[in-house]
Design a protein around this ligand. Structure first.
Ligand SMILES: [Zn+2]
Length: 224
């Protein structure tokens, strides 16, 4: 049996606080998990608890067959969805599910969310798909449709529900979560102005993604 790590429980707790602070989810909704690359154990937030009151003892440690390794609390009801992502995406180690207001509008309207801001293009992609068909929360079916909609991307919209974000690490998952919501808000406000929406060309998207991958902050990252 692999070692359970206190620092990864702390990561779940601090990410929950961050999620509330940045306003990307409301109340006790949404959930967070991290897969330890060493043991493949999933550290997941507890079900229905105030993020500001969650302590490391409430974080549940499970294997990818959903057997509990450690923890007394009830794990998030979306554990099926988190595990489904980890099984389909070996590159993903952090999964965040949010209930954001503006991004959810697109899932409700049945419209994929196009990229209208540069940060979105750089770290999320050209467009975010909608998982389909609708599946009830907490069901293994939701995990299946979410993974299908996610594909190789960093995010997918869950119709009438929220968003699912997958990334290589927790800071990137949080960044995608906030940029996704910001992009949705910008798009909707621009629509209200009624003067049309400027979408990026294929060339602009390729150039921005290439820049983000190879140049942006690279020198500074090497200094850390
Ligand atoms: Zn949810």
């Amino acid at each position: 049996m692999g070692r359970v790590k206190q620092e990864l429980k702390e990561l779940i707790v601090s990410t929950g606080v961050e999620m509330i602070k940045t306003g990307i989810t409301v109340g006790t909704w949404g959930n967070i998990s991290y897969r330890d690359p060493e043991t493949d154990y999933m550290y997941i937030s507890p079900s229905g608890m105030d993020y500001m009151k969650v302590k490391t003892d409430h974080v549940v440690v499970m294997d990818l067959d959903l057997n509990i390794i450690e923890g007394e609390a009830e794990p998030s009801i979306e554990k099926h969805m988190h595990v489904a992502v980890y099984k389909a995406r070996p590159d993903a180690h952090a999964v965040i599910h949010t209930h954001p207001t503006f991004s959810t509008v697109f899932g409700v309207a049945g419209l994929p969310l196009p990229a209208v801001s540069e940060d979105f293009v750089q770290i999320v992609g050209e467009e975010i798909a909608i998982a389909s068909p609708y599946a009830l929360p907490g069901t293994p079916e939701l995990g299946e449709v979410a993974v299908k909609g996610l594909g190789k991307n960093g995010a997918v919209l869950l119709p009438g529900h929220g968003a699912l974000i997958a990334a290589a690490n927790m800071p990137m998952a949080l960044k995608i979560s906030t940029v996704l919501e910001k992009n949705a808000q910008i798009y909707l406000y621009a629509k209200l102005l009624g003067n049309g929406i400027r979408l990026f060309s294929r060339e602009e998207i390729d150039a921005m993604q290439n820049f983000a991958k190879n140049h942006y902050g690279k020198k500074n990252q090497e200094l850390v």
